[in-house]
Structures are given as C-alpha cells and as structure tokens.
Design a protein around this ligand. Structure first.
Ligand code: MSP
Length: 441
C-alpha cells in the first residue's frame, strides 16, 4: 500500500496514549502541552494539522488496577478516561482525535495489521522466560535490575518472573533494515543523545519480542489463537493508525492511512523510546508501510531527582495547579523552564518567581501600560501605522524583523525555552523603549 496523499501541507502529531491505571498527573500533561504547542505553531504556519492523543486501556497493569478497585476493566477505563478528557479541556488542549484502544474500530485495525505481519511469516510460537515489570508492561534484562529485582524506572515495584508460551515477533529479522534506516534518516530519532542510546541498543543485536499473553484476559484476542491476548504494546502503537480514521469511515488500514500517514512527529517520554524507535518501525516494515518521520523523546519531570509517576505516588496534581495559577501559567512554566529533551525538577517557588518575572512584570506590565496609553491618547483605537514607515534603525524594528525567523527555527528544533526567550527579549525592549521615550511627558 502506498500513500496517495503526496503533495501535502499536512502535519500529524501524536502524544503517547496514556495508561488509564490512574488519573493523569503533571508528567502526562507535560507531553500533551508540548504537542499542543507544536500543533498550534503548525496551524499558524498555515498547515492542516491533526493532533492525536488518547488512552491505552488494555493489558495487565489496567486489569490489575481495575481488580484492586473492585471494578470491571471497562468500567474502570470509562471512569479514568474521563479524567484525561477533562484535564485536556482545562489545559486548553486543541486535539483533533482522541483514540481509546478499547474502541471497536481499533480492534479491526489491529486484526488487519496482525494478519499482514503473520502473512510475512514474522510471528511464531515459542517459550518466553524473563523478568517482567507490569508497570512498564515490559520485560527487563537481568543486568538492568538491582539485587532485589526492582524495576529501574518504577523503583518501588518488583519485577515478576515469567515462563510461558507466547507468540513472538521476528524483530531480529529487521536488524539491518533498521540500521540502514537510522543511517539514512539521522533526524528520525531526536534529540541526538536518545538517538545514540537507540543505536547502541540496536548495535548490540536485536532479539525477537513476545506479542501475546496467556495470563492476561484484558486485551484483544489473538486472531490465530483464542488462548492468547495481544500484548498491550503491539495493540497500543497501532492506536496511532486507528486515530487517523474519519469517524464514520470503515475501519481498514487503507482508509486509515490515506490522508495523514506517515505521522510527522511522535512526541514521547524517554522511557518509551525503544518501543517507538525500534519496535514500531520494525512492525511497520513487516507490514510494508511507510515509517513515521520523527520521534522525539523528552526527559522526565522529577521530584527530588526521581521521575514523578503514578506508580511512585510522588506526583503533582495538575487540576490543583491549574485551579491555583491558571492553565496559561502552567503551560508557560513547563515549556520555558524545563529544557525540552532533558529531565527537570519542579519547584513551586521557582514556578512562582518565573510567572512573576516573565508574565506579570514583563508581559503584563507592557500590556497594561500600552492599553492605558491607547485609551488615554488615542481614544482606545490602535493607530494605523504602516510598518514600512518605521526606520530600520528603530531598536524595536531590528528585533522584530528577525523574530519570526528565529521563532520558526527554534520551534522547528523544539527548543521551547528559546522560543519564549526570543519573544521576551522583544517584550523587555518594548518596556525599555517606553521607559526611555516616556510618551506621557
Ligand atoms: N501507554 C504507554 C504509551 C503507549 S503509546 C502507544 C505509556 N503510558 S504512560 O501513561 O505510562 O506514559 C505516557 C507518557 O507520559 C510517556 O511518554 C511518559 O514518558 C510520560 N510521563 C510519565 N511520567 C512522566 C514524568 N514524570 N515526566 C515526563 N513525562 C512522563 O507509557
């Protein structure tokens, strides 16, 4: 199948599909804020944009959480999913598609995709032995674990030993094809440090991974064996494809991939890089589909140096933060103050200081005095001034003229802090200009 939509000015961006084991925390909000900001930027540039977000609802982690709360899994998902919807609304996220992996059209897409991979002879039955972290929904290598067998990411969770029959995907078959792909498309994995991580992982030699489970009921049944359910990650990654279906179109791969495929940017956290930068392209190669353009793995929001998370219970409640400070303040702080790509600690004092300095003092002050002057001297009307008439040597014009280009470039490389800083320089200089020219006198 080829993409028929070639000459295009479209931009499709995804957030990860969030696990519904608990209500969203500020870490999940972080990726979504960044994705929404990028989507808005591309819309402003005149592109047709599709921003995709959603929830990842199958698997053992969700099955167990539901059980511990005395709920049926679907009942649990329906409850928690609403929390994500409501947070995105409060954060003013303008998404176009919200995919839930329990949707019936998603099942059809997963079935069709599975069939394709099966027909390539890329799936076989074998024995899976290893240490499994249910919170990551991932097998861990022995050397990653401490003596007491705790997960390196969920440091309060012990991994569990598994020894069972699973179906495997022949990842090893795609080793060379993947290496060639990374070589040919050096921009595929970003930032560079994450790309290095992936290259070194792949260069060590890829092993096939299991894509079915016998001990988990909460998942789609394997089309070729009703004793197995599909591994949650194999199912979840395909959510990005299902999300592309128009609401009333028949759920086929062909329909889904017609307009927006391949995705321009998968925005993710660094913990799920391997899935997006290795497993996902290999699955797509097997199904003979074009590959996404770019995967960007950002860092973690940390508290006292540890990843904030639902499993570690050290999170910040985004609802409370928004209620107290407003969504613009929250969005601004995370983009301006945490370098996109590396970890950053959240500190409420710093948060308040930044808001006061940048938004209240610099921007707020400029807005306030400009409005006041417009009322006082121009009857509340903005005078019609042609930019061409302003001298090129005017200090504000010099900054303003290059600002568009600078912001476009820094947005392109996702350096949000610099985008904010560039705009702030103009704001500060405007204030300075008003101080120096003192129009009131
Ligand atoms: N369900 C999978 C993703 C499937 S995508 C097809 C998953 N879900 S998650 O809810 O556990 O995490 C979703 C995203 O939130 C990940 O990108 C993860 O990195 C991000 N974050 C979770 N905690 C975070 C922080 N403390 N800081 C920044 N991002 C964090 O993984």
């Amino acid at each position: 199948m080829t993409n028929t939509y070639t000459n295009r000015n479209t931009f499709a961006i995804t957030t990860p599909l969030y696990y519904v084991n608990d209500l969203p925390h500020i870490g999940s909000a972080y990726t979504t804020i960044a994705a929404d900001t990028i989507a808005r930027f591309h819309r402003l540039q005149g592109r047709s944009v599709l921003m995709i977000t959603g929830t990842d609802e199958h698997g053992q982690k969700i099955e167990r959480t539901a059980q511990s709360k005395g709920r049926y899994p679907k009942e649990h998902c329906d409850l928690v999913f609403k929390g994500f919807e409501s947070l995105w609304q409060k954060l003013n996220i303008q998404y176009d598609r919200f995919i839930r992996t329990t949707a019936s059209n998603h099942q059809e897409i997963v079935k069709e995709f599975f069939q394709r991979v099966w027909e390539q002879d890329d799936i076989y039955l074998s024995q899976q032995q290893g240490w499994y972290c249910v919170s990551c929904e991932e097998f861990k290598e022995e050397r990653e674990l401490g003596e007491d067998k705790y997960c390196p990411i969920h440091t309060n969770q012990k991994v569990e030993w598994r020894d069972e029959e699973n179906y495997f995907f022949r990842l090893s078959k795609y080793q060379e094809q993947l290496q060639a792909f990374y070589q040919e498309k050096p921009e595929f994995i970003q930032p560079q440090s994450r790309r290095n991580e992936v290259l070194s992982f792949v260069n060590k030699g890829l092993q096939d991974f299991s894509i079915s489970r016998v001990n988990v009921n909460w998942g789609f049944q394997l089309p070729i064996d009703s004793n197995h359910t599909i591994y949650v990650w194999f199912d979840a990654l395909l959510g990005y494809v299902t999300a592309l279906l128009d609401p009333d179109s028949e759920p086929t791969l062909e329909n889904a991939l017609l307009k927006w495929w391949p995705i321009n940017l998968h925005l993710i956290g660094k913990d799920i890089l391997r899935f997006h930068a290795v497993y996902w392209p290999a699955m797509l190669m097997s199904a003979n589909l074009p590959l996404p353009k770019r995967v960007f793995g950002h860092g973690f929001l940390t508290k006292d140096g540890k990843k904030m998370g639902k499993s570690l219970k050290n999170t910040l409640d985004p609802f409370k933060l928004i209620e107290k400070y407003g969504s613009d303040a929250v969005r601004y702080y995370f983009l301006k103050e945490i370098e996109f790509g590396v970890d950053g600690d959240f500190n409420e004092t710093r948060f308040i200081n930044v808001l006061n300095a940048d938004l209240a003092n610099d921007l707020g002050n400029l807005l306030n005095r400009t409005l006041k002057m417009a009322h006082k001297y121009f009857n509340g009307q903005i005078p019609n001034i042609d930019g061409e008439e302003v001298e090129v040597t005017h200090p504000l014009k010099t900054i303003g003229i290059s600002l568009g280009e600078e912001v476009t470039q820094t947005y392109g490389s996702l350096v949000f802090s610099q985008v904010c800083e560039a705009v702030l320089i103009l704001v500060r200089n405007c204030n300075k200009y008003i101080d120096e020219t003192a129009p009131w006198s």
